[in-house]
Design a protein around this ligand. Structure first.
Ligand code: GLU
Length: 508
């Protein structure tokens, strides 16, 4: 029987989760669900200096919002916990010591000044490899160059030390990546990475590999920025004797700037005026606030659909996939190798599609909440009619109020350009006559209302096309919007009459 699939999303709580991080989480989730496996969330908080308060809660809230909650996590537990690396320090130390005992790692006592001196020496000599590694380790202060007795004495006296990996010389490390293919690296290229730091915390590399092994992770699906670390991870699996259970690696393509070259950054997002965080995020250190997709009125289902196709090809021309379809179709084979341009217009398009498919009663509820927030009440029937009138026109949730406030609040200013071009005394006369003909029964019949407008215009020798823009301006204050007869029906005869009267007074 094939091994039970287990994947993990392993963010470091160092700030708000970038939208690319949410894509990584989503691909792990979709793969796990497709395979009937488990989706694990692990918090990689071994870098105490970079840990940011609130970041872990932010990750949790983001995954909840997107509906991709894990099966195992620090919050709900599971059989392989604890799921926060800061709670697993003893485990990492034990494996670091095991590597030392096996001759695959060593204690190093070099001070920051000594390390600096080493770098300067190598730079001056223009050495090909300027790293703590196969060549240089022999000149440094570590358990390879010190006698056993001295090493023991230094450890016992509490001198600060790190544990470094002893990278074996003359080997080629091979990474078989499902997406990137075959990657080969000579061990001479790999430095003697610190595995355990002097504060007793592991580095990312050790903790990540130990946890993936102990948590029985079968597939490592993560961003391309980790591809350079993969050979080191493979080497660690080999030296720890875990080669048989090495996970499958899949490094996801980078998200690129809208212009298409270079990695998408917060600066690019700011420049183009779109969010880069799923939820709004305030950095507790700087107080800096950043916008979120949620707050800007993107629906989570739309964002999920958008992200799913940002690097993965479903193999059909369709673009709209609900979660169930994504799970059915998702595989690692059809993930692109090359980076993908981040196109916010596409995200907006998806949102528009999902808004169109949102039940009108839900849209009405959102509109009513937005009205409430502006201190305006809206009757339920009216909210439904307004939502119906707007549903094909909106892109983001707040557009409901932005485009529909006029239904509840009469305009107190009029678009000047439209007024200059479309308003005239003649138009005002027609609208006055038209207003006089209105009654509640008539306005509920769009065709009849239009007929009445047409007839009124005719009696003044005008076409309906000449008066419609002025009527719209009087009712909404602007030159665009939903169907005019629908607007009149929703406003009702009395309100329509009042708005026409007001416009005549103000514009003439
Ligand atoms: N903690 C790493 C990060 O923040 C995880 C990388 C990995 O998935 O191995 O992205």
């Amino acid at each position: 029987m094939a091994k039970q699939v287990r994947v993990r999303f392993a963010p470091s709580p160092t700030g708000g989760l970038h939208i690319g991080g949410l894509r990584t989480a989503l691909y792990n989730y979709l793969f796990a669900r497709h395979q009937g496996g488990s989706f694990v969330l692990r918090i990689e908080d071994t870098d105490q200096a970079r840990k940011v308060a609130g970041a872990e809660d932010y990750i949790r809230e983001t995954l909840d919002w997107a509906g991709i909650s894990p099966d195992e996590s620090p919050w709900q537990g599971g059989d392989y916990g604890p799921y926060r690396q800061s709670e697993r320090l003893d485990i990492y130390r034990q494996y670091a010591e095991q590597l030392v005992a096996a001759g695959h790692a060593y204690y190093a006592f070099d001070t920051p000044e000594e390390l600096q001196a080493m770098r300067e020496r190598l730079q001056a000599a223009k050495a090909a490899q300027q790293q703590y590694g196969i060549v240089t380790r022999e000149q440094m202060t570590n358990s390879l160059t010190l006698s056993e007795a001295e090493t023991r004495q230094r450890l016992q006296s509490g001198e600060p030390f790190v544990i470094r990996l002893k990278v074996p010389a003359g080997r080629t490390v091979v990474v078989e990546d499902v997406i990137r293919g075959h990657v080969e690296v000579a061990t001479e290229q790999i430095d003697d990475k610190v595995l355990l730091k002097s504060d007793g915390y592991p580095t990312y590399h050790l903790a990540n590999v130990v946890d993936d092994h102990l948590m029985q992770v079968t597939h490592v699906i993560r961003g391309e920025e980790w591809l350079p670390s993969a050979p080191l991870h493979v080497l660690l699996y080999q030296l720890l004797g875990w080669e048989d259970t090495m996970p499958v690696f899949a490094h996801l393509p980078l998200l690129l700037k809208p212009e298409g070259s270079g990695k998408l950054s917060k600066r690019d997002a700011d420049k183009h005026g779109f969010p880069i965080f799923p939820l709004a995020w305030t950095d507790p250190r700087t107080g800096e606030e950043a916008a979120g997709f949620r707050e800007q009125g993107y629906l989570p289902e739309a964002v999920v659909n958008f992200l799913a196709l940002l690097g993965w090809n479903p193999g059909t021309d369709e673009e709209l996939f609900d979660r169930q379809r994504l799970i059915e179709l998702f595989d690692l084979q059809r993930i692109n190798k090359s980076g993908v341009k981040f196109d916010i217009e596409k995200a907006r398009w998806f949102n528009q599609q999902y808004l169109k498919n949102t039940p009108v009663t839900t849209l009405a509820d959102w509109f009513t909440e937005q009205a409430d927030r502006h201190g305006v009440t809206c009757a339920p029937d009216k909210a439904v009619a307004i939502a119906e009138a707007l549903r094909e026109r909106i892109t983001l949730v707040p557009d409901l109020w932005q485009q529909g406030a006029f239904f509840l609040v009469a305009p107190d200013s009029y678009d000047e350009k439209v007024a200059r071009k479309k308003w005239s005394t003649e138009v005002a006369t027609v609208l006055q006559d038209f207003a006089n003909r209105l009654n509640e029964e008539l306005v509920q019949d769009g065709e009849a209302t239009k007929q009445a407008l047409w007839e009124t215009a005719q009696t003044h020798g005008m076409g309906i096309g000449k008066v419609m823009p002025g009527l719209r301006l009087a009712l909404t204050g602007s030159g665009g919007g939903p169907d005019l007869m629908t607007i009149i029906a929703i406003l009702g005869a009395e309100e329509t009459r009042q708005r026409i009267a007001r416009a005549i007074e103000r514009l003439s």
